[in-house]
Design a protein around this ligand. Structure first.
Ligand code: IPE
Ligand code: MG
Length: 256
């Protein structure tokens, strides 16, 4: 059925949602992705896990291009969690090396693609060379105003919220802030995602159906899509299937 184009006078939330669902981005302003399944992808082909992470990086490059093509303004990827340190030291080392390789080899391209890079997560505990590259990625792309690519690295939502609470508590302890004055906006502004809209859609690849300590505050009203596709295989068909699924949902934000 054709969706009527609303004029300003008769624009309703339903009509606006119907219109948005026909855009290439289906009304998704912020797409968050848990890029899961690299290890299984490699194991299935008799390859070492690191081969899966390398193929996963290629899928990240593809995601950036797909997001730009579909005019999705914000994309967040979960690249390394605060819990990933429990993996064998060799794999942790490989993931660190891959991040360094990514920044060194792709930063010029990202700059040219008008991508602005933001890093989420705790940088203090990372090796100085990793930290320096993350800082460089943010600094070099700071003036870009196309896609914002948030890379969650050494990120965990509980760690993020703990750091935010410490900062707010310090202001209270210093007498600069009354406890009653703490607002949801203030908490949001103290998180790593300050200034970034909450995700509309969260995709987790590889069939796992968990949030795994990702964006717990920000996902209060996010729609979740669990894709069976392993991350290295995540392509246009997989993304568009998730976007179509999103477009078919009626978001009510607690209303009726
Ligand atoms: C995701 O793939 C990569 C990271 C989060 C580092 P996994 O390494 O978790 O792959 P599986 O889950 O073992 O298949
Ligand atoms: Mg996994």
């Amino acid at each position: 059925m054709p969706v009527p184009v609303p004029n300003a006078a008769e624009s309703t939330p339903e009509a606006e949602a119907a219109l948005a669902s026909r855009q290439p981005n289906r009304g998704v302003r912020h797409l968050a992705v848990i890029t899961d399944g690299n290890g299984r992808w490699a194991t299935r082909q008799g390859l070492p896990r690191v081969a899966g992470h390398r193929a996963g990086l290629e899928a990240v490059r593809r995601l950036v291009r797909m997001a730009i093509d579909r005019a999705i303004p914000y994309v967040t990827i979960f690249s390394f969690s605060t819990e990933n340190w429990t993996r064998p030291a060799e794999e942790v080392g490989e993931l660190m090396s891959l991040l360094k390789y990514f920044v060194r080899s792709d930063l010029a391209t990202l700059k040219r693609q008008n991508v602005r890079v933001r890093i989420l997560g705790e940088r203090a505990r990372l090796q100085p060379d990793v930290r320096a590259l993350l800082d460089e990625a943010e600094n070099v792309t700071r003036a870009n105003d196309g896609l914002t690519l948030c890379v969650a690295f050494n990120y965990g939502a509980r760690s993020e919220m703990t750091r935010a609470l410490r900062a707010i508590a310090a202001d209270v302890a210093a007498g600069k802030l009354a406890p009653e004055a703490i607002s949801e906006e203030m908490i949001g502004a103290a998180l790593d995602t300050a200034g970034i809209p909450d995700p509309d859609l969260l995709i987790r690849s590889s069939g796992e159906q968990r949030i795994s300590n990702f964006l717990l505050w920000q996902c209060a009203y996010t729609e979740f899509v669990f894709s069976p596709v392993l991350w290295p295989d995540f392509d246009e068909a997989a993304l568009d299937a998730a976007l179509d699924d999103f477009a078919s949902r009626r978001r009510r934000f607690g209303g009726v």
